[in-house]
Every structure is written in C-alpha cells, then in structure tokens.
Design a protein around this ligand. Sequence first.
Ligand SMILES: [Mg+2]
Length: 103
Amino acid sequence: MREEEIYRKALEKWGVPHQMMVLCEEYGELIQAISKALRWGEEHPGHALPERMKDDIAHETADCYLMLGQMTTAFGISESELEHWHNAQISKLKGYLYKEDAR
Ligand SMILES: [Mg+2]
C-alpha cells in the first residue's frame, strides 16, 4: 500500500480538521523535544546530546512528516508543487548564506 493511500484512509477515518489538530499537536511535541535538548545543552555545556534526546527529536520529526504527508494529500498539493516551493526556499536560504559569507 502506497503511503498516500494510507494518508487517505487516515483522513477518511478521522477527517481533515481532526488531522489538522493532530498536526499541531505533533509540532508541539517536536517543539518540546527541541526545547528540552536546548535546555539540556545549556545545563551541560560541551557535552554531546544524549541518544534518548536525539531519538525523541527523530521520533517527533517522523510524526510531523507523517502529518505533513496527510496535509499535502488533504489539500491536493502535488509532488511538483512541493518541489517548486522546496527549490524556491532552498534558493532563498542559499541567498541568505551567500550574504552571510560576503560579510
Ligand atoms: Mg509525536
């Protein structure tokens, strides 16, 4: 079963508004994991982040990815549209970085 089919099934089962709320919750969980990592780094300067904290960030990032897949399916955003916006944002980021290097 393709991922998009799974996303469609989830959207049919719980509805788009509900899944939009879940997306917000998952981003909240990612923000919390990143915030905890930042606080840990502040409290333990010079130490590598513990594996469990990296795992938390990876887990919550994957959850967000899953919800983004559902959102692109729900709103009919095509791969080519995503690629277009991704490329545009990468170019914008490159522009910022180039400016930074020029200082
Ligand atoms: Mg989560």
